[in-house]
Design a protein around this ligand. Structure first.
Ligand code: CA
Length: 243
């Protein structure tokens, strides 16, 4: 089996000692460098003084919980890949996590193989995105301007920030504008992990992007649905699909 990128450095934020020690051992075996933070305060301390490629973040933590840690990390480092871990299966957690900008989400207990696959996918995605955006970080259409580097977005006078995954999905659609992009293609190219993510997840991302960008999200003009085929991006507000 191919080993992880030797240089990738992971901040592991987990207060359950047995789990953390096990994960640190297994991740080190996969050639990742691992720094373990036992609580939210320690996590922010390490994050402030070292650089990381990815963060594994438990939600229930002493001092600051995972949501608060994620919020603070996002402010400084919008593109940092964050994989959230939760013992709770509550939908609310998952939604809050994704809104704050967790890139991915695992519910405990999970299989080590599953965690490793997610990490690998997230790191690959990060590289792909960096290559894709470095040449032309800013894209404008209509009254919208998107900075794909710091993930800030302006629509008229309103400013907001995309999460890394939202930016990746949008970037992919824009790069293929005028062409139909299937959910399967988005799963393979953006998520990098094929069947592990439900296609429903993609629809949720599209719904959120429409809420940000469309004049009327119920009648999208930029990100249109193509029945049983996928999505198509157009920046010219055309009302018909290309032949
Ligand atoms: Ca915990």
């Amino acid at each position: 089996m191919a080993k992880g990128n030797y240089k990738s450095k992971i901040l592991l934020v987990e207060d359950e000692e047995t789990l953390a020690i096990g994960l640190r051992y297994n991740l080190t075996e996969e050639n990742y460098r691992v720094v373990w933070a036992k609580d939210g305060r320690e996590a922010l301390k390490y994050f402030g003084s070292q650089s990381f490629d990815l963060i594994i973040l438990d939600i229930m933590l002493p001092y600051y919980d995972g949501f608060e840690v994620a919020r603070r990390i996002r402010k400084k480092s919008p593109q940092m890949p964050i994989l959230m871990l939760s013992a709770r299966t509550a939908v609310k957690d998952r939604v809050t996590g994704l809104e704050i900008g967790a890139d991915d989400y695992l519910t405990k207990p999970f299989h080590l193989e599953e965690l490793l696959a997610r990490i690998k996918g997230m790191l690959r995605r990060k590289m792909w995105y960096r290559e894709l955006t470095s040449a032309q970080p800013i894209y404008s259409f209509g009254d919208i301007e998107i900075n794909f580097e710091n993930l800030s977005c302006r629509k008229g006078k309103r400013e907001f920030r995309l999460t890394p995954l939202e930016a990746m999905v949008l970037k992919y659609l824009i790069d293929h504008k005028g062409k139909i992009v299937s959910r399967k293609e988005l799963l393979e190219k953006v998520w990098n992990i094929g069947s592990k993510v439900e296609t429903r997840t993609i629809d949720n991302f599209i719904m959120r992007l429409r809420k940000y960008l469309e004049p009327d999200p119920a009648k999208p003009v930029y990100i249109k649905s193509v029945r049983s085929a996928g999505y198509i991006f157009s920046d010219t507000k055309v009302s018909s699909l290309p032949k």
